[in-house]
Ligand binder design. Structure first.
Ligand code: ZN
Ligand code: ZN
Length: 466
């Protein structure tokens, strides 16, 4: 039995780990490498293993840094099943399609630019196409949470709720080789305790070998303000002066987390008569996937649902469909809330909303997610004015607010307490999915706190699972 690491090793993105036992060759995740041009180019390199020899892929969740190279894997000859939860399978249909669309658009732009300069364009190819994504989607095989799934001779699989995003799973493998049996668990990405819809990660039994993420392995969420109250304060103040709150938000996950909190406020009798528009086709589609998969919600959220409250449905919530409706929203003078993508204001309908609303002091732009350096979102957030949107210079007159802490990742304390719940220390713990500094710091915490035997693997490093 062996394990080797092919991504998210001393970095966050590109999650990809290979477990081999007897006849089984299982790939855990096959994610896109993200963060800058140089890293992105690595996605084009061939896999370090023969894709056609893999027997299964197990996908922990739909985020592109876990699923985004699946189309390439299939193109490289993988013909087995991609096992994942039904909710993840549904979200993949949105996210992989979108990812392929972005790659196709990138290639189209590049060709256009090169042609203008009279240069050769023959070599420009999208990383993958929508047809490639479709081929990967056809390999998805849903496995319910808690189900014992047979992997054929020598193994079985079980998926447990990780919180994090809809459908996200902790992967537990029961493997037999010769007379030995070993349990290997992969945390995937772990969620935040008390997250409104999904809750935190469920506990599992001590495995022999553990792979655990460490995104926030060296960070603690500070004594945070109550996010729902902050939201209420910003919305009330803006609406009282007749303005609109613009919330740039990632379409999948973050948008639904915001809606669930506004839902709670409306259901509690606050914000009477408030209009909330979700203006992003992808967010609308993702919200309907959320509504179809309450099995992924936390027990607390399901309890509220049993009392008749759908967490993503409340009076005053509208989903715009057509471009015309979106444009109409730009010109309306009614106060309210607009939630739109992209999360960093780099593309999508939110740019049109900013163009029309940023110059009006009655409005507020509310950030609820990370704004990368160089993005329009970061410029607005840091008070730059004027900013250039679609070639026009707009003086930023609107209020700018940020509510921190909407991240979907467990922090250091939550990771440690999840580890503690294993009820014993694994033979070896591999720390993955973190910047090197975070992974090393978290490894030290596990060593010091629990006497754990830890490894922070390098890319392509291989270990025996004795
Ligand atoms: Zn994730
Ligand atoms: Zn991740």
């Amino acid at each position: 039995m062996k394990i080797s690491f092919h991504g998210a090793a001393r970095e966050v993105t590109g999650s990809c780990h290979l477990v081999q036992s007897g006849e089984l060759k299982l790939l855990l995740d096959c994610g896109l490498i993200q963060g800058g041009k140089e890293r992105h180019e690595r996605n084009r390199e061939p896999f370090d293993f023969d894709a056609s020899e893999l027997t299964h892929v197990v996908l922990s969740h739909a985020h592109i840094d876990h699923s985004g190279r699946l189309p390439l894997l299939c193109r490289a000859g993988f013909t087995g099943p991609i096992l994942t939860t039904p909710a993840t399978a549904d979200l993949c249909r949105i996210l992989l399609e979108d990812s392929a669309h972005i790659h196709e658009e990138d290639a189209r732009w590049k060709i256009k630019r090169l042609r203008k300069k009279g240069l050769d364009t023959e070599w420009v190819k999208p990383l993958y196409t929508r047809a490639d994504a479709q081929a990967a989607l056809e390999r998805l095989v849903p496995v319910e949470f808690g189900e014992e799934h047979d992997l054929g001779p020598g193994g079985s699989l079980r998926l447990t709720k990780a919180g994090h995003i809809l459908g996200a799973a902790i992967v537990e493998l029961e493997l037999c080789e010769d007379d030995r049996s070993r349990r290997v668990a992969f945390s995937g990405d772990l969620g935040v305790d008390g997250a409104r819809l999904l809750g935190g990660a469920e506990s599992i039994q001590r495995p022999d070998y553990l792979l655990i993420e460490s995104t926030y392995g060296n960070r603690s969420r500070s004594a945070e303000e109550d996010r729902t109250q902050s939201l209420l304060r910003v919305i009330e103040r803006t609406v009282d002066r007749g303005g609109k709150v613009l919330i740039p938000s990632f379409a999948v996950g973050r948008t639904q987390a915001i809606l669930a909190r506004i839902n709670d406020l409306v259901e509690a009798g606050k914000l009477a008569g408030l209009d909330v528009w979700v203006d992003s086709p992808m967010a609308t589609e993702a919200t309907s996937v959320f509504a179809r998969h309450p099995e992924s919600y936390s027990d607390a959220a399901r309890k509220i649902m049993r009392c008749g409250d759908e967490p993503l449905e409340f009076p005053g919530l509208h989903f715009t469909q057509s471009v015309e409706e979106s444009i109409e929203l730009n010109h309306s003078t009614e106060p309210g809330v607009i939630v739109s993508a992209s999360g960093m204001c780099t593309a999508g309908r939110i740019k049109h909303h900013l163009l029309h609303h940023l110059g009006d002091a009655r409005n507020t732009v509310l950030f609820v997610g990370y704004q990368a350096r160089g993005s329009l979102g970061r410029a607005i957030q840091s008070g730059t004015s004027p900013v250039r949107i679609f070639g026009e210079w707009i003086a930023a007159q609107a209020d700018v607010e940020t509510i921190q802490g909407f991240s979907a990742h467990a922090d250091r304390e939550e990771l440690l307490s999840w580890f503690e719940q294993l009820g014993g220390v694994p033979r070896k713990t591999f720390i993955v999915h973190g910047e090197e500094e975070a992974s090393l710091a978290f490894a030290e915490s596990l060593q010091e706190g629990f006497g754990a035997d830890v490894e922070v693997p390098q890319r392509t490093q291989e270990f025996d699972l004795d």
